[in-house]
Design a protein. Structure first.
Length: 162
């Protein structure tokens, strides 16, 4: 893992805002950006699982979009920023499409610990880190400065009181 830069934190802040928009829209609180090597945001996505399709994660949507809109030789130089570390499905999609670095605000371990602490069951898929699924993908995170805010968004999403 490498350290987070001020630019990384700016992009992660936008991801948290997208996560809040997702939650306010009735979806799980996750948001992501695809950024080209010059720092230009190519696309934003937020979780859209509320309609019943649990595969509509923003990270996978970005990978699908990149496959059709970003040149294959450019994809490895792009960065995906996301409010939460990729799940195994999204990690695999990211790797298969050939995208580059992933920067996340909250880790899978953090989210799992929060959910467990609230007495919630584990999800239907193992809570693996990105590199357990896609060992060649460079990753950075979590961003400790955003942890409390993300924890609160996920607490609200879970329906757990205070």
């Amino acid at each position: 893992m490498d350290l987070l830069t001020p630019d990384d934190l700016t992009h992660l802040r936008r991801c948290v805002d997208l996560a809040r928009e997702a939650l306010d829209g009735g979806d799980e609180p996750f948001g992501s950006l695809l950024v080209d090597p010059t720092g230009v945001v190519l696309r934003e996505e937020r979780n859209t699982t509320g309609a019943g399709d649990q595969t509509r994660h923003p990270e996978l949507e970005l990978a699908r979009w990149a496959a059709g809109h970003v040149a294959e030789d450019v994809r490895p130089t792009c960065t995906v920023y996301t409010s939460g570390e990729h799940c195994p499905m999204c990690s695999a999609g990211h790797a298969w499409v050939g995208l580059g670095r992933i920067v996340y605000a909250a880790s899978t371990a953090q989210l799992s610990a929060w959910r467990s602490g609230w007495g919630l069951p584990a999800g239907p898929v193992l809570a693996l880190s990105i590199n357990e699924v896609a060992p060649g993908v460079p990753v950075a995170g979590p961003a400790s400065s955003l942890a409390d805010e993300l924890r609160e968004l996920h607490r609200r999403a879970s329906g757990v009181d205070g």
